[in-house]
Design a protein around this ligand. Structure first.
Ligand code: CU
Length: 108
C-alpha cells in the first residue's frame, strides 16, 4: 500500500471510531429517566355546570380551573367543562369547589 492509501484508511478508521464514540456517549442521554408528571393526568371528566350564560362565564371557569395544580383544561363551553386531572394532586371535590367559588353549580 502506498502512503495515500494508508492515510485514507486511517481517516476512515478515525471516522468510524468517532461515530461509535458519539453514539455510545449519546445513548445514555437518550434514556435519561422520564420527566415526572408529564403523562400523569389519569382522569378525564366532563363536568356539567349550571349558571353559565356567556363567554365571561367560560373565561371565569377556565381561569378558575387553570389555577388548580394537576389540572389540564381541555375544553370549556357554556354548561360544561372537560378536564384531565391527576388524582394524586387534586380531587374532583377541589375542582368542583373552584368552579362553585366562581358562582356556578356543578352537577354531582
Ligand atoms: Cu356569563
Amino acid at each position: 500500500m502506498d502512503t495515500t492509501a494508508w492515510i485514507v484508511t486511517l481517516i476512515g478508521l478515525a471516522a468510524m471510531a468517532w461515530v461509535v464514540w458519539y453514539f455510545w456517549l449519546s445513548e445514555p442521554r437518550a434514556t435519561t429517566p422520564n420527566q415526572p408528571r408529564i403523562s400523569a393526568m389519569k382522569t378525564q371528566e366532563t363536568l356539567q355546570i349550571e349558571g353559565m350564560s356567556c363567554q365571561h362565564c367560560v373565561h371565569a371557569v377556565t381561569n378558575a380551573l387553570k389555577q388548580l395544580p394537576g389540572v389540564e383544561v381541555q375544553s370549556v363551553e357554556i354548561g360544561r367543562a372537560t378536564v384531565a386531572y391527576d388524582p394524586e394532586q387534586v380531587s374532583r371535590d377541589q375542582i368542583k369547589a373552584a368552579i362553585e367559588a366562581e358562582g356556578y353549580t356543578v352537577a354531582t
